[in-house]
Design a protein around this ligand. Structure first.
Ligand code: PA5
Length: 447
């Protein structure tokens, strides 16, 4: 039950010689990655995480998840970027499509809402209304402990908890995931006595889904985090040990770099299951922040199909030819909806009677892949054997490993994000943060 990669449908765009020569280059990049000799080498803790994680903390995560489940109807997860996308991707991929609104009997675990990933007052006040007077807990996640969006949301929910439960009981409902010793959140957590979980120094935000950052919310959703780690551990072994011909992440890194060098500057990640929407969002952050720098990179985009065939489909089929497509194909669909037969075939669908929806969905997928290939969009495929924890653990690791190798092949430091600071500087200046007076004056003239 392995996640696999197949680029055979892109054969007309890529020659065997090109693959051979790129194979050498990505093998070198892999060597730089695993020998930890490249740029950003102090952020490579994620490579061994699936086999070298903190077992004591893992057990504490499971206990905290049990406590939250027993004393809270709602968990608010506060974080942005790498401090929320992985957890959200996992909960949506693994659990019920209508997780928060399906009955408690079906869900069995707390409702989970994400906050602090925007600065929208409307979103927060609507969320406060949804929580109402029900029991809730908060998991505030920030590696730096100083990011504005989650810090603002946390102020709001901290005050709400303290009003509702008093300071001492509120502190028992706040779980802080942050740096082990630095940052404002760590300081606050120590002073107020919150239970804390650690984002390791050598794991960057977008590579942190398999630390407490992702694991606590995922465990609260009722998903099996042991199986998730097992999937990642098996994918790690394959990524490190398999030769190129059998190594999915290495081939993916190679093929996307071949396509980039031929002017395919946009990669569209396509899924055919709505529950993969946030897997794509997680992937976009991983690749966008890792590769988009030094005026280089593949722009990561995504579509949810067949939905977006009725919006973006025209462009993919027929617009500027600067893109390639990677399809996430989940082979095993648990749900079986069989299309019925109508006595009078008014909608003309009787030819599908007796077929299940998954057959129709897969036919749409295969037809689309061929149409896009004919429209000169190289199509790659990553097959995910099931919508379960073991498969997702593999998929997370597959993408992370390929990202490290691909970034080095591109010639960038895949593990920093200097570009993220520019908007922050301007925002602080415009908000009147002390220390930004000169910048503020300059910016005000330009507004
Ligand atoms: O990948 C990254 O480093 C970023 O996207 C961060 O995850 C994001 O900016 C949030 O940072 P922090 O966890 O420090 O609040």
């Amino acid at each position: 039950n392995k996640v696999t990669f197949d680029y055979s449908k892109a054969a007309k765009f890529i020659s065997a010689d090109e693959v051979k020569s790129m194979e050498r280059i990505v093998e070198q990049s892999k060597e730089v990655l695993v020998s930890k000799s490249g740029a950003g080498n102090d952020f490579l803790g994620w490579i061994d995480l699936p086999v070298a994680y903190d077992k004591e903390e893992f057990a504490r995560i499971q206990k905290a998840a049990e406590k939250i489940t027993s004393d809270s109807e709602v968990l608010v997860v506060i974080g942005i970027g790498g401090s929320y996308l992985g957890a959200r991707a996992a909960v949506e991929f693994l659990r019920h499509s209508f997780y928060n609104v399906v009955s408690k009997e079906v869900r069995k675990t707390p409702e989970i809402y994400f906050a602090g990933n925007s600065i929208s007052g409307r979103y927060l006040s609507d969320l406060i209304q949804v929580i109402g007077d029900r029991d809730f807990s908060v998991n505030v996640i920030s590696k730096s402990g100083t990011t504005t969006e989650p810090a603002i949301a946390f102020r709001v929910f901290k005050e709400m908890l303290e009003k509702k439960y008093g300071k001492a009981e509120a502190a028992k409902r706040i779980y802080a995931t942050t740096d082990k010793s630095r940052g404002a959140l760590k300081k606050l957590a120590t002073e107020e006595g919150y239970e804390t979980f650690v984002v390791p120094d050598d794991v960057g935000g977008r590579f942190s889904v398999l630390t407490a950052v992702g694991l606590l919310p995922i465990a609260v959703s009722g998903a099996d985090i042991i199986k998730l780690m097992e999937g990642a551990a098996d994918a790690r072994k394959d990524a490190l040990e398999k030769p190129f011909a059998e190594n999915g992440p290495m081939q993916y890194a190679a093929v996307r770099n071949i396509l980039l060098r031929k002017g395919k500057q946009i990669e569209v990640l396509a899924n055919y299951e709505p529950s993969l929407h946030y897997v794509s969002e997680w992937w976009k952050q991983l690749y966008g922040e890792s590769e988009g720098k030094d005026q280089k990179g593949i722009f990561p985009a995504s579509v949810d199909l067949t939905t977006d065939l009725h919006s973006m489909g025209q462009f993919i089929q027929d617009g500027s030819r600067n893109l390639f497509e990677t399809v996430l194909n989940v082979t095993d669909s648990e749900a079986e909806i069989v299309i019925g037969e109508e006595p009078v075939d008014l909608d003309g669908l009787n030819y599908l009677a007796g077929k299940n929806m998954d057959f129709v969905n897969k036919s749409a997928m295969n037809g689309t892949i061929l149409a896009h290939t004919d429209g000169n969009v190289p199509n790659l495929m990553i097959t995910v054997p099931g919508q379960d924890e073991y498969s997702l653990g593999q998929l997370f690791y597959f993408f992370e490993f390929a990202c490290g190798v691909s970034g080095y092949t591109l010639g960038v430091n895949p593990f920093n994000q200097p570009g993220v600071e520019s908007y922050k500087k301007n925002m602080f200046a415009l908000l009147g943060k002390p220390g930004y007076e000169a910048e503020r004056e300059e910016l005000m003239k330009r507004l």
